[in-house]
Design a protein around this ligand. Structure first.
Ligand SMILES: [Zn+2]
Length: 518
């Protein structure tokens, strides 16, 4: 009897693979045998029941949870048989092995991508994105728990995502990891050697992971999606070599080449210094997606140069951002490189508190973002400085400590353009804050909400009436407001007269130098 139900579960998993076009009908027996082996079964009823229609109906009803419901009885069976311990990372390793039995080999995946790319780049990435979800590499049931909303500010609409799949990192731990030499295998979570890797308790399983190789500036890279999905088709472009990130003219050329290959994507990079956003600095990689980030719609504050082919402006954006827009890829790239070089190469402004540091300990860097606007190439350069002081040990241009209750982690390449990635703890904490503000409970019963105490006082001060009808929208708007202030904290030139004139001085300095060279 017990075997009957496990055989049904095996048949359902194989049927899922066929229903999602992961494997063809001709591989039904082969895949079934692989799965039996993983489950430690040396017998089977030989029925190969086709559940494709049932699976399709389930998927239509609940796309996010169907696969999990198919996998759970199989993992439970393995738990009972002692094939796996009941710890989440180990369960993940086990069900990734099961999924690998359905997942085509890398070469097949690459070939499919190439064929689809010939029809159109957007078809290729969309098919590959669906594939990455169908294989459970992107875990639909987990990202379904994410919470999203937007809110209006003077900079335009900002976007919020409370991500439930990734733990919050301490900037100090990130800095320490940068110092540590990579020793194990794979060397880091981004290395291409992750493809097919079984995983360990401290290392995510990637048996069901497939990557798409291509070249940028003659170097080998691969495209993959982020398992955490911060936005639609949130992708990672990784160097095949485990070499450190460097933001310079080469990096800009790589971004521009990428948006030539994939004009429907944006691609950007975290700054290459600790404390200003990046979590993996030891491996060159970029992040992108098929998504309109708020900064792409930011208003131009001032235009400094406008010719028939190129335009340089500053944006009305909390982080000091130079926008370079033009039709000619090399002209845009060259000018962007010039800005990066001048900023990084010891640009100092005592009025604006900009101390570039030293050659050994530089503070100035840039978080760049590239995308297409009609036929134009657009590069956005968000100026960053990672100087730390006694009063601000996490960084002078880092989120102010009074806002750490919302997010302590650095403002990275997805946050900086206006899409906040907030830590999972907030989901529960905001529920508690809501109950406290409604008088349903109090702070004494919830010490974990203590860090929000001052914020709650401020919210009470700003809203005369707080009730069950308006509390959700009040809290959402208040989180957006804190996020806006975080971005302002990170701005190297502040949003005032002096900040604007200091910013203009920098842009003019670069443009004069550039004109001189022409
Ligand atoms: Zn690596």
């Amino acid at each position: 009897m017990e075997n009957e139900s496990i055989f049904r579960s095996v048949d359902r998993l194989v049927s899922y693979g066929i229903a999602c076009s992961l494997l063809p009908e001709t591989e039904r027996i082969y895949a079934t045998n692989l799965i039996l082996d993983i489950l430690g079964l040396d017998t089977y009823d030989g029925l190969f029941v086709r559940y494709e229609d049932e699976v399709r109906t389930d998927m239509e009803k609940d796309t996010d949870h169907t696969l999990q419901e198919i996998l759970e009885p199989l993992t439970d069976h393995a738990l009972k048989k002692g094939l796996v311990e009941d710890l989440l990372p180990l369960r993940d390793i086990f069900d990734s092995r099961l999924m690998n039995a359905l997942t085509p080999r890398p070469d097949t995946v690459i070939e499919r991508f190439r064929r689809a790319y010939e029809i159109s780049p957007s078809k290729a990435t969309l098919d590959y994105y669906r594939f990455s979800k169908n294989t459970n590499y992107i875990r639909r049931d987990r990202i379904a728990k994410d919470e999203k909303w937007t809110g209006m500010t003077e900079y335009g609409e900002l976007q919020i995502l409370v991500s439930l799949s990734k733990p919050e990192l301490d900037p100090k731990a990130i800095a320490a990891a940068r110092e540590a030499k990579a020793t194990g295998y794979p060397r880091c979570a981004l290395c291409r050697e992750n493809e097919g890797y079984a995983g360990r308790i401290d290392f995510a399983p990637r048996q069901n992971h497939r990557i798409i190789p291509f070249t940028l500036k003659g170097e080998s890279f691969s495209l993959q999606f982020s398992p955490y999905r911060y936005c639609h088709q949130h992708c990672i472009v990784l160097n095949h070599r485990h070499i450190p990130m460097v933001i310079d003219g080469d990096a800009i050329e790589k971004l521009l080449e990428f948006v030539t290959l994939f004009p429907h994507y944006f691609l950007g990079s975290n700054a290459d210094l600790p404390y200003v956003g990046g979590s993996v600095l030891s491996h060159e990689h970029f992040q992108g997606g098929c998504h309109r980030l708020p900064i792409m719609d930011a208003k131009v504050e001032r235009t400094f140069l406008k010719t028939e082919t190129i335009e340089v402006s500053s944006l009305h954006w909390p982080l000091s951002t130079v926008r370079i827009r033009g039709k000619n890829i090399s002209e845009v790239g060259k000018l962007a490189s010039r800005f990066i070089e001048k900023w990084r190469n010891g640009y100092r402004d005592d009025h604006a508190n900009i101390d570039p540091g030293t050659d050994k300990d530089p503070h100035n860097t840039v978080a760049p973002l590239a995308f297409r606007e009609k036929d134009d190439y657009v590069v956005l350069l968000m100026l960053r400085n990672n100087r730390r002081t006694e009063e601000r040990p996490d960084g002078l241009f880092h989120t102010h400590p009074s806002r750490f209750h919302i997010k302590k982690e650095g403002i990275g390449i997805i946050d900086a353009p206006g899409l906040a990635i907030l830590p999972p703890r907030l989901k529960g904490e905001l529920r508690t804050v809501k109950d406290i503000l409604l008088g349903l409970t109090d702070l004494e019963s919830h010490p974990e909400a203590e860090k929000h105490a001052k914020w709650m006082e401020e919210i009470r001060g700003r809203h005369v009436v707080i009730n069950a009808e308006n509390i959700d929208s009040i809290l959402k708007d208040e989180v957006v407001m804190v996020f806006k202030q975080m971005l302002e904290d990170c701005g190297v030139f502040k949003q005032d007269e002096q900040g604007r004139s200091s910013f203009a001085r920098f842009i003019n300095f670069v443009l004069e130098d550039h004109a001189h060279d022409l």
